[in-house]
Design a protein around this ligand. Structure first.
Ligand code: VZ5
Ligand code: ZN
Length: 263
């Protein structure tokens, strides 16, 4: 019997069977961005990502998403400007998506859901010496969020899509080199919202300056379908679970202000 509408019960990924709220969390992510409540900040500078594709090293299925990891032992792929006071180093990017195109993003814009969301994770290399340290510190991380919509095929993404079957199972890793993450940014990166939040997966630490792009990117239905062919489960497990709906429920704003770089 097909599930009746509204009867939909999402099988929670084991990650969410634990504590859903960080202890004492008052700046949690993701959130709904209320456009009319965001405050234009004329002092926000243009964002200046400067990525070196040669720092791309591997793709890893960590059992919740797939992470494209970058060598962050030097200042070769960096992010500066925007709301950021310091220099940040790119360490990985990953996505969140749904089992249908009707939902999948973590952030929403006036409650509008997107089929997927890209996160590019950077850490403050002026203040800390390694990612694991910055993860625990306020203003330790900066994450760029980009919404994905279904439309024309994304040529730059295809190189990544083609290698995903090699990391189908949890804990699989495959070498992946010379991928320029800038190709996944929208053409206009000057218009964004920014707010103080947290990681949306454990350790859920309130270390993140979020920078959410106003302009989305387009990927094809077939490209997103390959994301859904990944598995939460490792090769040994007898019951295989499709990697879908790997997003966190929205958190309350708790008095925070979302700033915009545009009017
Ligand atoms: C894909 C979602 C994901 C995984 C990870 C982080 C962040 C992640 O997404 S999100 N949405 O930016 O919060 C930051 C902490 C990372 C973790 C991947 C695994 C680690 C790198 C651990 O090995 C140590 C710190 C962990
Ligand atoms: Zn994420």
């Amino acid at each position: 019997r097909m599930q009746e509408a509204g009867e939909y019960t999402m099988k929670m990924h084991p990650m969410w069977q634990g504590p859903l709220v960080a202890p004492g969390g008052n700046r949690q992510s993701p959130i709904d961005i209320r456009v009319r409540k965001s405050v234009f900040d004329p002092h926000l500078k243009p964002l200046t990502p400067d990525y070196d594709p040669r720092t791309c090293s591997q793709i890893w299925n960590n059992g919740y998403s797939f992470l494209v990891e970058y060598d962050d032992t030097t200042d070769k792929s960096t992010l500066k400007g925007g709301p950021l006071e310091d220099n940040f180093r790119l360490c990985q990017f990953h996505f969140h998506w749904g089992e249908s195109n009707a939902w999948g993003s973590e952030h929403t814009v006036d409650r509008r859901l997107f089929p997927a969301e890209l996160h590019m994770v950077h850490w403050n290399s002026d203040k800390y010496s390694r990612f694991e340290e910055a993860v625990m510190e306020e203003n330790g991380l900066a994450v760029i969020g980009v919404f994905l919509k279904i439309g024309k095929r994304h040529e730059g993404l295809q190189k990544l899509v083609d290698v995903l079957p090699a990391v189908r199972h949890k804990d699989s890793v495959v070498e992946f080199t010379r991928f320029d993450p800038a190709c996944l940014l929208p053409t206009n990166i000057d218009d964004y919202w920014t707010y103080a939040g947290s990681l949306t997966t454990p350790p859920l630490t309130e270390a993140v300056t979020w920078i959410i792009m106003k302009q989305h990117i387009e990927v094809s239905h077939d490209q997103l379908a390959v994301f859904r062919s990944l598995l939460f489960t490792s090769a040994e497990e007898e019951v295989q679970k499709s990697m879908v709906n790997n997003f966190r429920v929205q958190q309350s704003l708790q008095g925070r202000t979302v700033r915009s770089s545009f009017t």
